[in-house]
Design a protein around this ligand. Structure first.
Ligand SMILES: Nc1ncnc2c1ncn2[C@@H]1O[C@H](COP(=O)(O)OP(=O)(O)OP(=O)(O)O)[C@@H](O)[C@H]1O
Ligand SMILES: [Mg+2]
Length: 137
């Protein structure tokens, strides 16, 4: 499906609605250019999943964990240097543990490790504050 949202509020509303349907074991892959809104999406989704703390891009650590109603794993592979580093971050294990919801920014960097069953969300800038979301489940 494809949806265009006009502003940040509508974007966040969509992310919240989407997150309410997520279950433990779900893997959400977020693609889109720098500044498209991947981390913003995770922020709204994590709040919808019951996490009330700070969500920041795990750029240097590759992984942030948040405790909501279920565990939330937030990966960002942008600065990944090797697939060994991805494995060390726990990606492979966590993606397949079925324990919580996983969000992965820049999944292209770890294409070989991703499970076949996933939800892909591609975000593109569609105007200053407007965004187009393409979702493939
Ligand atoms: N409709 C919108 N939806 C999402 N973000 C928006 C929207 N309008 C404006 N923005 C702004 O765009 C920026 C998106 O930044 P964000 O960090 O989420 O991008 P990102 O895709 O995670 O980038 P990176 O690849 O660097 O991690 C934020 O500053 C956000 O406030
Ligand atoms: Mg980001």
């Amino acid at each position: 499906m494809e949806i265009v949202v006009d502003d940040l509020q509508a974007f966040n509303d969509f992310a919240v609605e989407f997150a309410h349907k997520l279950r433990a074991g779900d893997v959400v892959l977020l693609t889109g250019d720098l500044g498209a809104g991947k981390t913003t999406f995770v922020k709204a989704a994590a709040a919808a999943l019951g996490y009330d703390g700070l969500v920041t891009s795990p750029t240097f650590t590759l992984l942030n964990e948040y405790s909501g109603k279920i565990p939330i794993y937030h990966f960002d592979m942008y600065r990944l240097k090797s697939s060994a580093e991805a494995i060390e971050s726990g990606l492979d294990e966590i993606l397949r543990s079925g324990e919580g919801v996983c969000f992965v920014e820049w999944p292209q960097k770890v294409a070989g490790i991703l499970p076949e069953k996933n939800i892909m969300i591609d975000i593109s800038v569609h105007g200053d504050n407007s965004r187009k979301l393409k979702i493939v489940e």
